[in-house]
Design a protein around this ligand. Structure first.
Ligand SMILES: [Zn+2]
Length: 500
């Protein structure tokens, strides 16, 4: 017989709150029906006007850190475990880490009494597809490896070129007009001007930010960009042979010291928002974007904020959510879902078969080759135009573009071809599930999660779907090409709550 403790909480501020006695009765009934032995209770009674310290709740959590005769915490409803879904999930995770199980007497929970996972088949299916997708992502890693070789050679590997530079035949050279603006920005800032004043000066001098007026953010980004003293870092590696210097190192260092003192400029540069582009407001449907702010103590705070609310605070009631909390929650939930041995087995089998099916399908390779051949032909035509002396700046740009595009296509073709030699094994998938998520949470989010919708009372994590990709904005979709997989601690559970 398994042993359990009951945690009950009563808050007089809530209407239609179940009394402590009522909660205990329901929990005891549940225990009797399910063969649980109740070995203790923790009870918090919060009265109106007092702080809700939940002392007993805290005691229960810290008890769970040490060996106990019980392994189950039984509650009337999951909301006893926190004031919002994030808090609930974090507290639940702490229990799980301690080998304890949270069970609600009135709702379905993600773990069963015997500790096994409670997974809907559809979720599982989608996770499988998501992992298969991961291995496609691995192909693009191979392409990145190719890019690293280009980096070593000091070539520009694509993407947006930093302000102050331009690309000529894959090499980065100084863009004179822009470089002048960069120098102005550094000198002015070093002499004590603030971003707004610098922007005015640039405007007077007729210097623009690629056709647009400078914004303060752009100024700060420029002030911090090490390319202006001749290097950049990628994946922890420093590349010094790509960008020519525009600013003297001494001036750059002076500016960095000043920036460190300047609150406005001192945060958010290297912060990676894991859920970037994937987090949506459940109330108005718009994206929630990463933001940072500085507290009175000078410490940086990171959070996600609804885009509607950002424009106009009263336009959406969605509260901002702390970056760390939501990211940890999303990643941990996904990891927990993936990790039970039987789940991992099932996923591995499915992934291997999906992978084999895709491997047999050569259509992608054909398409890539076709595309490359077309571009090579176009490039050849331009080359003969050049030989005939018909060179204009436009042809030149187009040629550079084509060369870069062909490079990228060659990488993809290589990756696609090497797929044959790299059929994945079941063991690899299992290793992926056990090993990678904590080290590389971004990979988990990129490959498995299509979007996360944050409601006030629940979070929905939508897993990736290969067959029917969805447009970016949730508004633009018709219901039939959406298969929503609610995977929230509460949403999948709440609907099953019997009326009180
Ligand atoms: Zn909103």
């Amino acid at each position: 017989m398994k042993s359990a403790v009951i945690y009950a909480r009563y808050s007089s501020e809530r209407q239609s709150e179940q009394s402590i006695e009522g909660q205990l009765r329901v929990c005891n009934d549940f225990a009797a029906r399910n063969g649980l032995r109740i070995v203790g209770t923790y009870i918090d009674r919060a009265m109106t006007g007092t702080n809700d310290h939940r002392a007993e709740f805290q005691r229960m959590l810290s008890d769970s850190d040490t060996p106990q005769e019980w392994e189950i915490v039984l509650v009337y409803a999951l909301d006893r475990f926190g004031r919002n879904s994030i808090e609930i999930a974090i507290n639940k995770q702490r229990l799980q880490k301690n080998g304890k199980i949270l069970i609600s007497a009135t709702q379905r929970t993600s773990q069963n009494i015997d500790g096994s996972q409670n997974l809907d088949g559809i979720i599982l299916e989608n996770v499988m597809i998501g992992i298969a997708e991961y291995y496609s992502a691995e192909l693009s890693q191979k392409i990145r490896r190719g890019q690293n070789e280009s980096r070593e050679k000091g070539n520009f590997v694509g993407g947006g070129i930093a302000y102050g530079y331009k690309v000529v035949n894959k090499k980065v050279v100084v863009n004179d007009d822009e470089a002048e603006a960069v120098r102005t920005i550094f000198h002015q800032y070093a002499s004590g001007r603030v971003a707004r004043e610098i922007i005015e000066t640039l405007h007077e001098q007729g210097l623009s930010h690629r056709g647009k007026q400078f914004l303060p953010n752009a100024i700060y980004q420029i002030l911090r960009n090490t390319r202006y003293i001749g290097f950049y870092t990628h994946n922890g590696k420093k590349y010094t042979n790509t960008f020519p210097s525009i600013i003297a190192t001494e001036l750059f260092n002076t500016v960095q010291a000043m920036l460190a003192k300047n609150k406005l400029g001192s945060h958010s540069r290297d912060t990676q928002f894991l859920l970037k582009g994937k987090l949506y407001c459940g109330i108005c449907g718009k994206k929630m974007n990463g933001e940072s702010g500085t507290s009175f103590t000078g410490k940086a705070n990171y959070y996600y904020k609804c885009a509607t609310k950002k424009k106009k605070s009263s336009a959406c009631p969605k509260e901002t959510v702390r970056k760390e909390e939501i990211e940890k929650l999303v990643v941990q939930t996904t990891i927990d879902t993936l990790r039970s041995p039987e789940t991992a087995e099932k996923i591995a089998d499915a992934v291997v078969s999906i992978h084999q099916r895709r491997w047999q399908d050569k259509s992608i390779l054909h398409l890539l080759k076709e595309d490359r051949d077309k571009k090579q032909k176009a490039l050849k035509n331009l080359l003969s135009a050049v030989e005939e002396g018909l060179l204009t700046p436009t042809t030149k740009n187009r040629m550079t573009e084509l060369e870069e595009e062909i490079d990228i296509l060659n990488g993809k073709i290589l990756a696609e071809e090497s797929k044959e030699a790299n059929l994945i094994t079941k063991e690899q998938v299992i290793a992926f599930l056990t090993d990678l998520p904590e080290r590389e949470p971004q990979i988990i989010i990129d490959t498995l999660i299509r979007k996360v919708v944050l409601f006030d009372d629940r979070i929905e994590i939508h897993y990736n779907f290969i067959e029917k990709p969805e447009p970016d904005e949730p508004d633009g979709t018709s219901p039939e090409d959406r298969r929503v997989i609610p995977f929230s601690f509460q949403s999948s559970l709440q609907s099953r709550v019997p009326p009180p």
